[in-house]
Design a protein around this ligand. Structure first.
Ligand code: PEP
Ligand code: MN
Length: 338
């Protein structure tokens, strides 16, 4: 249930609504907008309480039920677009934020080269996996904690905040020491223990879409993080499983306007994992920006042919630089900049 307070409603009036909700055993989340407060009343049986029970309270403008399963991620709860801050980078503003770097941190030399290439081409964040969710246990699993140290050092040297994946609830605190953004991978989109843990973290979270998840399931997963008070959440469309196998995953370009319509959360796109091939990455990246993505996360590697992970879909520094130039025109056409 969403309780919209009147403009200028007093704190006492807000407290009365909160108190009543809590007396029913519900939990509440407040969205203190610039000119009015919105209160989400949450619980599995809010449906059993009449909206009138809240509508009669002083200072209440309107009470509505959100019929969709996601509540805190919805536009009903928050009308204006949310912005996420990672270091000095803002995601969800006018600027299209580009995060670039290798699939996996392999060595200090490899990451340093990739990071300078990313920075010089205009990227504003550095990506690099240290804990890798590989399909086979015999594939390179990432450097783990020693990779995090490299990532932290290189990010600092080059001056780019870093985004890296956290695979397990027990890793949240150590990854938080190095990362500006915690990445939840596609395979963990519905790892609820992990979502609860990053919801309690003090770092922003990038929630990637599950391989076979609907937009509704994805936004409802975001609610897990938001429900713990971490409102620094953004989404990442990275392609989904369909019958089509000419790309690694099918990039769901339509999900971008759908998210913008139903949710206030920023959404970025990962054309690399969707494409699976470096030749296809630039056009998917351009389509994403044209369709309203707030940013891109792109895999680049100084020498893709020796990459330990995802070399085929990684752009060389040269190809990345070329793409960044081309994206400027697309961004401008949709009222944004890179
Ligand atoms: C990644 O970003 O390297 C990754 C593993 O992505 P996804 O979770 O989308 O497969
Ligand atoms: Mn990868």
């Amino acid at each position: 249930m969403i309780v919209e307070m009147r403009r200028g409603a007093s704190q006492v009036e807000v407290d009365q609504v909160v108190g009543k909700a809590e007396a029913y055993g519900f939990s509440v989340q407040l969205n203190m907008g610039t000119d009015k407060t919105i209160i989400a009343i949450l619980g599995s049986n809010t449906g059993q309480v009449a909206t009138e029970n809240f509508a009669v309270l002083e200072g209440v403008e309107m009470v509505t039920r959100i019929m969709r399963p996601f509540k805190l991620a919805s536009r009903e709860f928050k009308e204006e677009n949310s912005k996420v801050s990672a270091g000095d980078v803002e995601i969800g503003g006018e600027r299209i934020v580009v995060m670039a770097g290798p699939c996996a941190v392999e060595s200090k030399e490899q990451l340093t080269e990739a990071a300078w290439a990313a920075k010089e081409a205009g990227a504003s964040m550095l990506r690099g996996g240290c804990f890798k969710p590989r399909t086979s246990p015999f594939s390179f699993q990432g450097l783990g904690e020693s990779g995090l140290k490299i990532l932290g050092e290189v990010g600092e040297e080059v001056g780019l905040p870093v985004v890296t994946e956290v695979m397990d609830a027990q890793q949240v605190s150590i990854v938080s020491e190095y990362a500006a953004v915690l990445q939840i991978g596609a395979r963990n989109m519905q790892n609820f223990t992990l979502l609860n843990e990053v919801g309690k973290a003090t770092k922003p979270v990038m929630l990637k879409r599950g391989l076979s998840s609907t937009v509704t399931e994805w936004l409802t997963a975001a609610d897990y993080i938001l429900s713990h008070g971490n409102d620094q959440v953004f989404l990442c469309e990275r392609g989904i499983r369909t019958f089509e196998d000419s790309t690694r995953f099918t990039f769901d370009v339509g999900a971008l306007p759908v998210i913008r319509r139903f949710s206030h959360l920023p959404v970025v796109a990962d054309p690399s994992h969707a494409a699976g091939h470096f030749l296809l990455v630039p056009d998917i990246a351009k389509a994403a920006v044209a369709a309203g993505a707030d940013g891109l996360i792109i895999e680049i590697h100084p020498d893709p042919k020796v990459a330990l992970c995802d070399g085929l879909q990684s752009l060389t520094p040269l190809n990345f630089t070329k793409l960044m130039e081309e994206l400027k025109t697309i961004a401008k056409a949709v009222g944004r900049y890179i």
